[in-house]
Design a protein. Sequence first.
Length: 158
Amino acid sequence: MIYYVLITLATFLIMEPVTWATHRYVMHGFLWYLHEDHHQKGDGFFEKNDAFFVIFAIPSWLCIMLGSMNQVYWVVSIGAGIALYGFAYFLVHEIIIHQRFKLFTRSNNRYIKAIRWAHKMHHKHLGKEEGESFGMLLVAKKYWDKVRRDEALQNKAQ
């Protein structure tokens, strides 16, 4: 049992570099036509970019379904790890960062501030080239430093 939990957690952790590479080389590469409306927001709630939710859910679903059907539970664990990462991605990207659902709209949490700043820097580039900050859950040191500087300035002003 613990073996399957460890596989699920390892898969979850591996998904961050997989997501970074996919975002950098696929979404900002040959599938830019699906991702472009995320950087150049139009009218409406839905975006073509939302198709990636389905695209990324397919491997998770296949692992869980086929692993269950064939009683290969380590494959189910991989699917579960992908699904957990997908849930975390949805929570962070759609709710916390872009606030497509109005929850957690005001937070003084340093991690949330850093992740929002990193994503803001990602979105300052409207084209597919010259991007930065392609990950989701891990935040580069320079964004943490920016948040700390802002907090220090704010404390100094009080």
